[in-house]
Structure formats: C-alpha cells, structure tokens
Design a protein around this ligand. Structure first.
Ligand code: NAP
Length: 303
C-alpha cells in the first residue's frame, strides 16, 4: 500500500476527505506498550530517563511532565531536575555533569529552549552520545551523518515511524522538508535520504522561493516551520503524505503548519495537529532511552 493509492486499504482510520489519518497518539501508545512488555520480559531492569528543565515556561513544563508520565507507563524510572530561570551557566553545567557521571541514569534530556543568557550548546556538548537520548549533540549528529551507532533526534525519527506504521512508501519517492533546523529539518532530510529509506529529499526554507511549486513535486511533505496554515491545498500533489511538525500557539489554540481541513481532501495520508508528530516525539525519546540503557550494558539479553 502506498499513500498515493487512495483506495481503502488496511484498517486505518481516514479523514472525511479519505486520507489515512496518521494517528501519533495511537502509535505512541503502541510504542509505550511494547517497551513496557520488553522491560517486563527482561525482569524489570532499572532504566532511567533524567529530565532537566530550567525556568517556568508553561509549554516546556507540560512537555516534560508528559515525557515523565509516559516513561513511567513504559516501566522506566524518571529523575527530574528543575532549576530556576536565573540559574548560572556554571551551576546548570554542574547539575548536568552529575547526571552524566551517574551510572543509574541512562538518558539525559535537557528541555530546550533554555532561558535567555544560558548557552545550550555548551550544556549539550557535555552529554555523552550514549546518554544523548534527544540525539541533538554534535557527536550524535556526526554519528547520524556517518552512519554510526547513536541516538537519532526524536521528532524526525517520529515522522519516519509514522510513515512506516501507516504504509507510506519512501523508496524512490520525492520528499520535501520545509525548515532546516538542526532540531528537525536537517536530520529529517538525512533520515529520508539514508539507505533503507531511499527517498530523494529536498530541503526547503524561507529563501526557497515558490514553496507551493516545490512541494507539489513531492510524494512526501514534512512541514517544520512554525507558521500556522502555511501548507495549503495548492502545495499538495493528490495522494501525497503530509506530516505536520510545526506548532503555533494562536488564539484558536494549537495550530500546525498544515491547513488540515483543506489538505486532507487531497492528501493520501496526513497527521493531525495536535495528536500527530508531537506524541511520537515522546515515543521515540522513550525508545532511545531503552536503547541507551542497552548501549550502557544495563539490560540483559532479550530472548
Ligand atoms: P526553527 O529553528 O525556527 O526553524 C524554522 C525553519 O523554518 C527555518 O529553517 C526557517 O528557514 C523556516 N522557515 C521560516 N519561515 C519560512 C517560510 N515562510 N517558508 C519556508 N520556510 C520557512 O524551528 P524548529 O526548531 O525547526 O521547529 C519548527 C517547528 O516545529 C516549530 O513550530 C516548533 O515548535 C515545532 N516543533 C514541533 C515538534 C513536535 O514534536 N511536533 C518538535 C520540535 C519542534 P530559515 O532557515 O531560512 O530561517
């Protein structure tokens, strides 16, 4: 089954316009249940995710709470370090170093962005690749580029998992990723283009020119900008898969980069916002934490 085939297939839920709804909540719950099963089967070894949150940004607090809740559901421990917004760089680095040196901590997540005045790059650089479950450090990115063992950034990995789960074919397909951040767009292009996935990705950004024309060439569109409703129906080739990463907080609530109502009439598969890529970011964080524990020799062999 491919997303470009709009004839009904499988038991996938569809939008009123007939597109497959790539349900991130559902897939995240499957991932969490699978991890819980595996951890239980291994005799409940200690697997621990540490979260570091600086300041009192409300959305960041919600993200961290939800990551810790899902870690618990997966059968993992979580340790939280909450620090005030006016903390010094030195104190923050000390707190992270403690987690780096603690053998009972397998994954470290520093919630970004950090408050003004703190240098996130310096903090990230302290996290060793095996504990870098967000996959955002220079060394993890280097490993992704060079095909080494390491953790892949959770949001673009979640996008790949959604496509896989909902039967979106990638091999030989043309993809457009809108947005070129190191957090999402850049690693997304690497993942789409790497061997085994074998799509042909284009990286679009604010200087790309006629974005609609570029996107209309694509079988797969990943929008990671943060501009509500940027991707309209005339960006989308009939049957294309459209994955919405962007988050804009508007008076009407959270909105994605994709004009969902119009695009679902044309797309072959589409993510909702919220409920699409966001939950899968958490699912992939927990999978990365499980693999982190394995890389650090904390898990017995799975039978
Ligand atoms: P970012 O660092 O601000 O990058 C945004 C990218 O969008 C930049 O590359 C920028 O291009 C590009 N852009 C801006 N305006 C554009 C336009 N009019 N046309 C085409 N491209 C344009 O943001 P980010 O960290 O990648 O995050 C992107 C969005 O995803 C945000 O809304 C963020 O909240 C959301 N997000 C969601 C999840 C999730 O789990 N769903 C996770 C992480 C982030 P230039 O490089 O040319 O400036």
């Amino acid at each position: 089954m491919t997303a470009t085939d709009r004839t009904p297939a499988g038991d996938f839920e569809r939008t009123p316009g007939g597109a497959i709804l790539m349900d991130g909540n559902r897939l995240r719950d499957e991932v969490v249940a699978d991890l819980n099963e595996r951890i239980t089967a291994l005799g409940n070894p200690h697997v621990c995710l540490a979260t570091v949150l600086v300041g009192d940004d409300k959305p960041s607090q919600i993200y961290v709470r939800s990551k810790r809740r899902k870690a618990d559901e997966a059968g993992m421990m979580s340790r939280h370090v909450g620090l005030p917004a006016d903390i010094t760089q030195e104190y923050l680095e000390e707190a992270v170093l403690e987690l780096v040196n603690d053998p009972h901590v397998h994954g470290i997540l520093v919630q970004l962005p950090l408050p003004e005045g703190l240098d996130a790059e310096r903090v990230l650089a302290m996290i060793p690749p095996e504990k870098d479950v967000d996959g955002l450090t220079e060394r993890s990115m280097g490993r992704l580029v060079r095909g080494g063992e390491g953790h892949v950034p959770c949001t673009p990995l979640g996008v790949m998992r959604l496509m896989d789960r909902y039967g979106v074919e990638t091999s030989g397909k043309r993809a457009v990723v809108i947005g070129r951040s190191t957090l999402v767009g850049l690693p997304q292009v690497l993942l789409l283009g790497r061997k085994g996935c074998d799509a042909t990705p284009t990286l679009a950004h604010s200087r790309s020119g006629d974005l609609a024309a570029i996107c209309r060439e694509a079988d797969i569109i990943v929008a990671a900008v943060g501009m509500a409703g940027l991707v309209t129906a005339d960006f989308v080739k009939p049957g294309a898969a459209v994955l919405d990463v962007g988050i804009s907080r508007t008076a009407e609530g959270i909105q994605g980069d994709v004009d969902f109502d119009a695009v679902q009439e044309i797309a072959g598969a589409i993510t909702p916002m919220p409920g699409g890529t966001g939950p899968m970011t958490i699912g992939c964080l927990l999978e990365n934490t499980f693999h982190a524990a394995r890389m650090q020799g904390a898990l017995p062999q799975e039978s």
